[in-house]
Design a protein around this ligand. Structure first.
Ligand code: ADP
Ligand code: MG
Length: 296
């Protein structure tokens, strides 16, 4: 073994804006058989934009009041969807108010008290967990948006499903090329996302990943990684969010995006891409194998 090769490798990585927390992490990366990618903020830029707001006609509420309540509920949200909703509201001159009892449900959404209103924003699983009923017309709109591959979130205000917000995120321009290079490097690849089936399929097709798992909660992400490991595939998890942190810890080796990612993700990972530059991934993977060659 040559500790010198490892030290030199870590030094080169640092020059490229990659923090490798241990020599072992670099060696492990070189032995990986599968790379698992999170979607939002990892393969995509993670700056979604609000496209559309659809109000439940049977609930008496103006679009203005709806948006003011939802964006106030997201005031402390670090999630890209929460940030996007907040930005959209402030761009439309809404004054956000301080929410009370703000709670994040990782992989599902947020809950908060805004003035006298109880606001729940998130996916169908979150809405269902409260027993709120989604009216047929709105359910149809929600399904249509999913079919189109849009991310849609449901909003319940005072125990009634009050509307839908649809958002879309841009792929990182290099995602397809990065995926291609990792396949050439010789690893299998999966997309693992909390988003819906149709969005997962659309993104997988666009970047050329041939396996995907959708609607994954943080614990499902852990189970997915565990099942790959159990089948003998040493796995590298790549992610950026709180929802990825448990899977980052579970994986044989893990990589976090630091630029927009949460601190919990960067603390949980073995390797950190400092400037949020996924493009560095093929480089660090090649480097890891070079280092191994010098050891054996
Ligand atoms: P990903 O795995 O793609 O990074 P997440 O696990 O973070 O996605 O989120 C999964 C889903 O949970 C989102 O698609 C959305 O429906 C819902 N969600 C999570 N956080 C929020 C939030 N702050 N506001 C609204 N919806 C949210
Ligand atoms: Mg993410």
């Amino acid at each position: 073994a040559t500790p010198t090769a490892i030290a030199a490798g870590i030094g080169n990585a640092t020059k490229h804006g990659i923090i490798v927390k241990s020599g072992e992490a670099l060696e492990r990366l070189g032995k990986v058989a599968r790379v698992v990618f999170d979607k939002t903020g990892t393969l995509t830029i993670g700056e979604p934009e609000v496209n559309n707001i659809m109000i439940n006609q049977s609930v008496q509420q103006s679009e203005e009041e709806f948006l003011r309540l939802v964006s106030s509920a997201q005031l402390y949200s670090e999630h890209p969807l929460g940030v996007a909703i907040r930005k959209f509201a402030t761009a439309n001159n809404h004054q956000l108010v301080e929410p009370k009892d703000f709670q994040v449900i990782p992989g599902k959404g947020v809950i908060a008290q805004v003035e006298s209103h109880e606001v729940v924003v998130g996916n169908p699983a979150l809405i269902a967990s409260y027993g709120f009923v989604i009216d047929k017309a709105l359910k149809k709109k929600f399904d249509n948006e999913n079919e189109k591959g849009n991310t849609a979130v449901l909003v319940a205000i005072d125990k009634k499903v009050a509307g839908i917000i649809t958002l879309s995120d841009q792929l990182r321009p290099d995602s397809g090329r990065i995926v291609n290079e990792i396949y050439k490097w010789g690893a299998k690849i999966s997309l693992l996302t909390g988003d819906n089936e149709k969005v997962a399929l659309k993104i997988a097709n666009e970047v050329g990943i041939n396996e995907y798992i959708a609607s994954a909660l943080p614990e499902d992400k852990v189970k997915t990684v565990e099942s790959y490991e159990a089948s003998g595939q040493k796995t590298c998890m790549v992610g950026d969010g709180i929802n990825d942190a448990p899977a980052l810890k579970t994986a044989f080796v893990s990589i976090a995006m630091a630029g927009i990612g949460s601190d919990i993700a960067t603390e949980s990972a073995d390797i950190v891409l400092v400037k949020d530059d996924l493009i560095k991934l093929p480089y660090i993977m090649k480097l890891s194998r070079d280092v191994i060659k010098k050891i054996n």
